[in-house]
Design a protein around this ligand. Sequence first.
Ligand SMILES: [Mn+2]
Length: 332
Amino acid sequence: MAGLRAAAQFLKQTDNILVLCHQFPDGDTLGSAYALCRALQQIGKHAAVACSHEPGRQYRFLEDAVKRESFSPRAVVTVDVAAPSLLGEPILSRYGARVDLCLDHHASRQPYARLTYVDTSAAAAAEVIYELIPLLGAVVDEPAAACLYTALITDTNGFRLPNTTPRTMRIAADLMERGVDAARLNRLLLDLKSRGFLELERRALGSLRYFFGGLCAAVCLTREMIDACGVRDEETDPLPALPRQVEGVLVGVTLREKQNGDYRVSLRTQSGLNAAQICERFGGGGHPSAAGCTIRRPEGADPCGTALRRIVEAVGDSLRGHGIHAKEGETQ
Ligand SMILES: [Mn+2]
């Protein structure tokens, strides 16, 4: 909390504050940034939010929480940004080297700001912002509460992930008491799918394959599939959750062809199998149960199959490393 008080003190003493989100912004970085920006405007500061990429359509309502202001920033704050590179372009070149304050909840991170406050026990950066707002002398009113609630359900996937704590639930309850329509936001942000996305999901399921007697499930999204459904790359983010939903699956693999022919691999694991360790073999990384890596332009007539074979081999090693001896190869 001492660090958070220092952060509040810094913000109270400055003005023309620019709040930065990470690239390909999700509900946490956006909701946290807009809630903070609103609180700053409430105490009479000039404040604005900036991001390298346009927010998805479902997040557009967050922008209504703040007045649009333009100024040349005197202070630069990041929320939910674990490393400057995650700011993306053009924000990285413009502000990456002059971040005054970093507010975050990521455990693996590099220090890059003059002042940093990180709470790794927070399920979302929004929990940090929720505690910061009263220290600024501002109040969490209904629009700010909606921003923070959006952030919470994004990073906890609707309070389903293990990062959800009693504190997360207490904050959510308080946000509801401040006027948040939780059911409406849950539907808007967790349930609603575009027809294009649903079609892509259908095709992804069509590509579903099982390995090791069903302990590993994999789906492959080719460029052709993604483009045919008219879905933007960042809209495919929820798909890696799909293969792991299957009963008995310990490792879910999702391959997605990028514009340049590389394959982005997303791994989701259960039962202590380390997804990050598997991805590190291919130069990637992440969390123990969710990680990613890139397979550079796999060769052959079936590049996705080639990429998948390499990943499945690594998954097999990981299973054996855990003393799990499953049937080799593909299964029905
Ligand atoms: Mn976050």
